[in-house]
Design a protein around this ligand. Structure first.
Ligand SMILES: Cc1cc2nc3c(=O)[nH]c(=O)nc-3n(C[C@H](O)[C@H](O)[C@H](O)COP(=O)(O)OP(=O)(O)OC[C@H]3O[C@@H](n4cnc5c(N)ncnc54)[C@H](O)[C@@H]3O)c2cc1C
Length: 459
């Protein structure tokens, strides 16, 4: 079939998740002609199976905790139970409204939305159900899937986040395999909903990519919440009999559970899509791209979870926007991966940006750090949360890492990212006024202290 005008576009995008749809929206804004191909639901993992539904569950979990803990604040409340049909209706309502809004947004722009499974059949052509979409540029944005371990079949009560999001019951005992972001978020939800939870993590710490001080504080908080975890322990197998899952560890121990949640990371969706046949370099399934999101094949770009790096929705958004602007000739600044904010929404929340203490030592040599304990922060005391703000700076230089933990601290990542990305000195931040009493003040206080003029700081 030869390319016709209605099948030829400035950009053909394969995958309508965070990376793909952000690229389509920005490209349309810039007057480029766009085709966006999606086999499932517009919005992808983040909207339907990731960020949004998990954060709705975490909010329901917070409501359950608040009901349990009213007495602490002199309010007589009792926690009765969690009605999963109600929780799911609330969660699905949130997702549904955002989905409708996103569909409307895409419809309102001149984007050719093509439903169906696409495949790259030439370096400038995506085929969908026999229709060939030819792009002056092609953007690969096919996202990721939940991985399992060799020999561990996802079936019945052994599930990944994809099935766990739709449970119609609260399991009494859950084993969570993997203490990374998704694992600790689900562990937090299950515990708040009333399950007995055990996390199994092969690495020495929970959330092992974070600054070690953050991991240790999370572990303290989880111990306090009676969330069990075993770190430095390898999983060896699982069997299902009836409604019971037996989880075996290499240590010889076995744990009995009603549900095994497998949260061992996400792999790229790239197999069988024609990428390698078109000459695109793929490494262990990931599409390699340079800082301009260009693959080795001219005119083919890659964005989002298929590109090695942080698997986060806002990275996908930023890369999608970047590619559209690059193609439109706007010469956008390249994205600094270290400048991408990271939030883990368990209770307590974790928010970070830039280098951990260990990474900064390796990169910059001489560094200084400062930990501001939330014990000195009025709003955190009002909320009854513990935690800290940890700053890492280059000796006599800018702040290169901000690491925070505590209830609701995720929201503080906004200022932290300005500090990191604008290469602020502690004294630059110290002269800014932070409203009292807010948790945001803790960031201000940490910088006051690091600038040599501590206010409510005991160390
Ligand atoms: C449980 C969970 C919680 C998460 N929480 C957060 C969070 O709080 N914050 C955050 O930033 N990130 C979070 N993430 C990560 C976030 O969801 C991903 O980083 C983001 O969705 C990646 O966007 P993407 O566009 O690369 O891929 P995806 O969102 O996966 O989109 C890819 C799209 O491509 C489509 N597709 C694939 N193959 C084809 C094909 N052949 N033809 C047509 N269409 C195709 C898929 O159907 C999909 O819609 C979470 C993920 C999970 C699983």
């Amino acid at each position: 079939m030869s390319a016709t005008a209605e099948n030829t576009f400035d950009i053909v995008i394969l995958g309508g998740g965070s990376g793909g749809y952000a690229c389509a929206l920005r490209a349309a804004e810039l007057g480029l002609s766009v085709a966006l191909v999606e086999k499932g639901k517009l919005g992808g993992t983040c909207l339907h199976l990731g960020c949004i539904p998990t954060k709705a569950l975490l909010h329901a979990a917070e409501v359950a905790d608040t009901a349990r803990e009213g007495e602490q604040f002199g309010v007589k409340t009792t926690f009765e139970s969690v009605d999963m049909s109600g929780v799911n209706a609330y969660k699905d309502g949130v997702v549904g409204r955002l989905y409708k809004g996103l569909q409307g947004l895409v419809k309102s722009k001149s984007i050719e939305y093509v439903e169906g499974e696409g495949r790259l059949v030439a370096k400038n052509t995506v085929e969908v159900a026999g229709r060939q979409l030819v792009g002056k540029n092609v953007v690969l944005a096919t996202g990721s899937y939940a991985k399992s371990l060799p020999g561990l079949e996802i079936t019945g009560r052994i599930m990944t986040s994809e099935q766990a999001l739709f449970l119609d019951y609260v399991p009494s005992r859950v084993v969570v395999l993997g203490g990374g972001v998704i694992g600790v978020e689900f562990a937090s939800v299950f515990k708040s909903f009333g399950s007995e939870v055990t996390i199994v993590e092969a690495l020495p710490h929970l959330v092992a990519v974070e600054d070690e001080a953050i991991s240790k504080q999370l572990e303290r908080s989880f111990r306090k919440r009676k969330i069990n975890f075993k770190t430095g322990v390898k999983f060896s197998g699982a069997t299902q009999t009836g409604d019971v899952v037996q989880v075996s560890l290499e240590s010889g121990e076995t744990i009995e559970a009603d549900l095994l949640l497998v949260a061992v990371g996400r792999g790229p969706v790239t197999a069988g899509l024609g990428y390698e046949e078109a000459g695109v370099t793929v490494d262990r399934g990931f599409v390699l791209a340079n800082e301009r999101c260009q693959t080795n094949v001219e005119g083919i770009y890659a964005v989002g979870d298929i590109v090695p790096g942080l698997q986060l929705a806002h990275r996908g958004f930023a890369q999608g926007i970047f590619v559209a602007e690059h193609i439109a000739g706007l010469n956008p600044p390249v994205i600094d991966e270290m400048g991408i904010p990271r939030v883990t929404y368990c209770e307590p929340e974790i928010a970070s940006i830039g280098y951990t203490e260990a990474q900064a030592k390796e990169k910059f040599g001489e560094i200084e750090t400062y930990d501001y304990n939330l014990g000195g922060n009025g709003k955190s005391q009002i909320l009854g949360t513990q935690g800290f703000v940890k700053l890492v700076r280059q000796k006599d230089g800018p702040v290169v890492g901000v690491h925070m933990i505590g209830s609701r601290m995720g929201e503080q990542v906004g200022e932290a990212q300005l500090i990191y990305n604008w290469e602020a000195l502690p004294s630059d931040v110290a002269q800014l006024i932070h409203a009292h009493p807010t948790q945001n003040e803790a960031l201000g206080e940490a910088h006051l202290a690091l600038a040599g003029k501590p206010l409510h700081a005991h160390t």
